[in-house]
Write a protein that binds this ligand. Structure first.
Ligand SMILES: NC(=O)c1ccc[n+]([C@@H]2O[C@H](COP(=O)([O-])OP(=O)(O)OC[C@H]3O[C@@H](n4cnc5c(N)ncnc54)[C@H](O)[C@@H]3O)[C@@H](O)[C@H]2O)c1
Length: 269
């Protein structure tokens, strides 16, 4: 029960495969209370009410690209709990990826929307929390990212830039929130994971298998990611802030693995 007594908000649980779904289940098991949030359309299409019933949580709609929705969400959370201890931003969406536009022929209106939903919303979330003085000291705010922010993965398309921006907001806002309120802010860079957002990336199956073969520990699952999130919401990680934390079975620091060498050798036979 390492989150006993802690209150928070979990944004981005769409269905049972969602990373945020696994975080909510585990946070509940570890004694936390929280509000679940997602975009209005996702609330209509997804199965979040099942999760709400299971975790005894309230669901509040919020399109994270809208100031008004964000204000309402934070006001509702503070009205319910007082100050918060943890917030998870588990949100990503690219209109250009959805429309299968190639990286060298992108629609800029779509790109703005992608950055707004996938990255600027992280700033919007933290700015709203800060303005409303909604976080307890030593609270923890987490975003989820992917290594395409730092290295080139061509099929990740404009989401690469969205994730670079997200990670930068964690560093910069982490500084300001640390100084003013002792709140910590981090991003977790997760292995490819079989979810709705993940599978939307072109060639995802090959992507997934390659990462699995490259990682000494194999791909980290959504359940394992949830465990890492819980540790970062707990009091055992109070001095971890402004970091991009790899949770990828060792992928990020592996040049080449025996398995991949074998695959390449076989392909050349
Ligand atoms: N799946 C992967 O391979 C992988 C790897 C690394 C990082 N991530 C990141 O993990 C996070 C969670 O994704 P997931 O893989 O669990 O997929 P998911 O599809 O289950 O979750 C993405 C969520 O974003 C929400 N969303 C989209 N637009 C929104 C809006 N305007 N307002 C509010 N919510 C909105 C969706 O409704 C959905 O719940 C994302 O940031 C994603 O980029 C995923």
């Amino acid at each position: 029960m390492i989150l006993k007594g802690k209150k928070g908000i979990i944004l981005g649980a769409l269905d049972t495969k969602s990373i945020a779904w696994k975080v909510a289940e585990l946070a509940h098991a570890e004694g936390a209370e929280f509000i679940l949030s997602n975009a209005p359309i996702a609330l209509r299409m997804g199965t979040i009410n099942e999760l709400a019933a299971k975790t005894n949580s309230e669901v509040i709609a919020c399109d994270v690209s809208l100031d008004e929705d964000m204000n309402n969400l934070i006001d509702a959370a503070v009205a319910k709990y007082g100050k918060l201890d943890f917030v998870l931003h588990s949100i990503g969406m690219s209109l250009n990826v959805r429309k299968k536009n190639p990286y060298t022929d992108l629609n800029y209106d779509f790109m703005h929307k992608t950055f707004d939903i996938s990255a600027i919303s992280f700033h919007r979330l933290m700015q709203t929390l800060m303005k409303k003085d909604a976080m307890n000291e030593w609270g923890s705010i987490l975003g989820l990212t992917y290594i395409a922010s730092q290295r080139v993965f061509p099929d990740y398309n404009e989401m690469a830039e969205a994730k670079s921006l997200l990670e930068s907001f964690a560093r910069s806002f982490g500084y300001h929130y640390g100084v003013s309120k002792k709140v910590r802010v981090n991003t977790i860079s997760q292995s490819p994971t079989m979810t709705t957002a993940g599978s939307g990336v072109g060639g995802f199956d090959a992507f997934y298998t390659y990462a699995d073969k490259m990682s000494p520990l194999g791909n980290a699952s959504a359940e394992a990611c949830a465990q890492y999130c819980i540790s970062l919401f707990s009091d055992y990680t109070r001095y971890v802030t402004m970091q991009n934390l790899y949770h990828d079975g060792g992928f990020s620091f592996t040049g080449i693995s025996g398995d991949v060498m074998e695959m390449v050798a076989k392909a050349g036979e």
